[in-house]
Design a protein around this ligand. Structure first.
Ligand SMILES: *Cc1c(COP(=O)(O)O)cnc(C)c1O
Length: 364
């Protein structure tokens, strides 16, 4: 079976992890600080705050900009549940805006319609889904006009670029995940990026029990710290990230070329000015055919996945909060039609050929 993800762990990871084990400094330590600096530098951000995971990173980023009960935060319903949950953690209310069916990202036109109507929108939490940047020109224009905090969920988009600038550096803060299957990983892990010195200082308190100095606690903080062990893995992974992205892009390019004339399958659209890093290679098929196509792939030894089969507000938790089906038509349609093929850098050229052959051999 060709899997959807296969984390790469090299000699360098092993050496740095061993170094941490030998040092006996397993929790916070020098590799955490080094990883924060090197990841922030790679993206072009001023500050990095290492975090326990991507979800705590989102939560921290929202708290850093004072999102609290009574506030509204706009986001997309077509993402991993953690995006919207981070808004609930703050006691705030998620307001869902539909996606652009071509990019699967939040639609700037519909976003403005909602911004005109809704009062009290404190922040907009955008997601660079599958590794494709949102339209950041449009987002920054709206931010200027409507004066909200802009937070980026870049958990799937390490190294993605809009007009040659890395995602995670456009808004007030951004969250990344280093979960085991992301484009780079530390097992569990995450980071918040910001260029705001005050927010950085506050964020460091949030992740460390609200500490100011050693034993003074001035705010309600959490333990969201990353371990030195995880950071050691992250340092080694970051050194490989550009190689891996190049492989993902090359694999996606071969698929796009091979699939462009297929009638039953629509390859992903990459807008000009965007560097898509293909955390997922996601295509559209008809809802009627999706299950049988995926079954066929699996029978032929090709893994596939659906990200995401259900929009967030249709999840039982959100239904209980009063959200109704029909709110975002394009997102609901996408949830019925998308499916993703393996695109990760561990694929051999022969495996990519095999996947192409199998996909093209599908009889409807
Ligand atoms: C993975 C992911 C998260 C959560 O990250 P964890 O590290 O698993 O907590 C949040 N948002 C998106 C879009 C993700 O893909």
């Amino acid at each position: 079976m060709i899997n959807m993800a296969y984390p790469i762990i090299g000699e360098r990871e092993r050496r740095l992890v061993n170094d941490v084990l030998d040092s006996r400094i397993l929790a916070s330590g020098k590799y955490v600080a080094q990883f924060e600096q090197s990841f922030a530098k790679y993206c072009g951000a001023e500050f990095g705050i290492a975090n326990a995971n991507g979800t705590t990173s989102l939560h921290t980023a929202l708290l850093m900009f004072d999102i609290k009960p009574g506030d509204k935060v706009i986001t997309t319903p077509f993402t991993f549940i953690a995006t919207a949950n981070s808004i609930l953690f703050c006691g705030a209310k998620p307001v869902f805006v539909d996606i652009d069916p071509k990019t699967f990202n939040i639609d700037p036109v519909k976003l403005e319609e909602v911004l005109k109507k809704e009062k009290n929108v404190k922040a907009v939490l955008i997601v660079h889904l599958y590794g494709l940047p949102c339209d950041m020109d449009a987002m920054l224009k709206l931010k200027k006009k409507y004066k909200f905090k802009l937070i980026e969920d870049a958990c799937q988009a390490h190294g993605a670029e809009f007009k040659k600038k890395k995602v995670g550096t456009f808004g007030d803060a951004a969250a990344f995940s280093f979960y085991a299957t992301k484009n780079m990983m530390t097992g569990e892990g995450g980071i918040v990026l910001t260029n705001n010195a005050k927010a950085n200082k506050y964020g460091r308190q949030i992740i460390n029990h609200g500490r100011e100095g050693h034993s003074t606690h001035t705010i309600l903080g959490y333990n969201f710290r990353l371990t030195n062990l995880a950071a050691a893995i992250g340092i080694a992974q970051l050194e490989q990230l550009e190689n891996w992205i190049a492989k993902r892009i090359a694999n996606a390019k071969r698929y796009n070329e091979a699939f462009k004339d297929l009638e039953f399958l629509k390859p992903p659209h990459v807008p000009e000015n965007c560097r898509h890093v293909f955390h997922q290679y996601t295509v559209r098929v008809s809802y009627k055919e999706r299950e049988s196509f995926m079954k066929y792939l699996s029978d032929k030894g090709v893994g596939s996945g659906i990200y995401y089969p259900c929009v967030i507000y249709k999840q039982p938790l959100y239904k209980k909060l009063g959200y109704k089906t029909g709110l975002c038509k394009e997102a609901e349609k996408a949830a019925m039609e998308v499916m993703s093929l393996p695109v990760h850098p561990s694929l051999s050229s022969v495996e990519v050929d095999e996947i192409i052959k199998v996909v093209k051999g599908y009889k409807r």
